[in-house]
Design a protein. Structure first.
Length: 140
């Protein structure tokens, strides 16, 4: 069986590959995804995939580079840097931000809890203001 860090990294890699079947296999059916940058919290693997598909629509080439990792017990903490180009509309509660064709380089931290070989909770910390500035939605 893969260890906690391998499972946590595998789910981020599956997102980068836009392999929704693999994402579904890696999450527990009732998993929780808590996205601190947007204040969005969803429960259930299908809702998580829907949220992630929204990011993939806005940044189809988005992938994470792993910077460092730490694991203790059932929890992995992984620092990543997201890179991609904003080529699709970014859906926000306030409306869609049209594609800007601008690149992003966004540091983030993921706290991933694994139970029984499946991701049970995934908390994602990133600075939404940095993202919005990089795509030109907010002026510096």
């Amino acid at each position: 069986m893969a260890n906690v860090t391998e499972i946590a990294k595998a789910v981020t890699i599956a997102y980068g590959d836009k392999d929704w079947g693999k994402v579904k296999d890696l999450f527990a059916a009732d998993a929780v995804y808590d996205e601190k940058g947007t204040h969005r919290r969803v429960q259930g693997v299908e809702q998580i995939i829907d949220a992630w598909k929204g990011w993939a629509a806005a940044f189809p080439d988005s992938k994470a580079t792993f910077v460092r990792e730490f694991a203790s017990g059932d929890t992995a903490v992984i620092e990543v840097v997201w890179k991609g180009v904003h080529t699709g509309p970014l859906q926000l509660p306030s409306g869609a931000i049209p594609a800007s064709a601008k690149p992003i380089e966004l540091p983030a931290c993921q706290v991933v809890q694994v139970e029984g070989g499946k991701v049970q909770s995934f908390t994602h910390y990133f600075d939404m203001l940095t993202l919005l500035t990089q795509i030109g939605a907010i002026k510096e």
